[in-house]
Design a protein around this ligand. Structure first.
Ligand SMILES: [Zn+2]
Length: 188
């Protein structure tokens, strides 16, 4: 097992076989089994009572043989314990959407979860867990120095009045402070 995959193999205690099959994005090198067939899997679920936020994990991967699509779960707050305010989630969504795309062309989409405890991030060709964590760290670092939320205007946003740069800075700082724990999905 590579270090990159350790986080998902812990989650594998919950969904062992599928975790082992699909989670090792870090080992993807273009010639694996992933490349030889199209994957259509259900969402790789974890028990939300057993996780330890914040964390970053692979939810699902698909490939047509040449392009690897990955959906990530970036969990920001502890499920069923705490959630972001709509303002915080909205402003952090804008920051991640802009800064992740500036950092890499692999990020296709960043979307807040309806429960407001995290974000789904969709990537194309992202080549490993560590790469994703690094660009996420970069995007959050940029967020900590914003004076205004990007794209927070009524031409580019659907509810431009609902933003707070201070809230985005605050949550980005908190997430960076726990950067060393992102790979740990399940509580000990
Ligand atoms: Zn918006």
């Amino acid at each position: 097992m590579s270090a990159d995959c350790a986080h998902v193999h812990r989650a594998g205690r919950v969904a062992a076989s599928r975790a082992a099959r699909y989670a090792c994005v870090g080992s993807y090198n273009g010639s694996s089994e992933l490349e030889r067939r199209i994957h259509t899997t259900g969402l790789l679920e974890v028990d939300h009572r057993l996780v330890s936020a914040p964390y970053l994990r692979v939810v699902e991967q698909r490939t047509d043989g040449t392009t690897l699509l990955t959906q990530w779960d970036f969990r920001v707050t502890q499920p069923n314990v705490q959630r972001m305010s709509t303002t915080t989630a909205h402003s952090l969504e804008h920051c991640l959407g802009v800064f992740l795309r500036e950092a890499t062309q692999s990020v296709l989409n960043v979307g807040p979860m309806g429960c407001l405890t995290g974000f789904y991030i969709t990537t194309v060709g992202m080549d490993g867990y560590d790469s994703m964590a690094e660009v996420l760290e970069q995007a959050l670092s940029l967020t900590t120095s914003i004076e205004s939320v990007p794209l927070a205007n009524d031409r580019q946003c659907g509810w431009a009045r609902d933003h707070s740069a201070e809230a985005a800075v605050r949550i980005a700082s908190a997430l960076l402070a726990s950067r060393a724990e992102w790979h740990q999905v399940m509580a000990e």
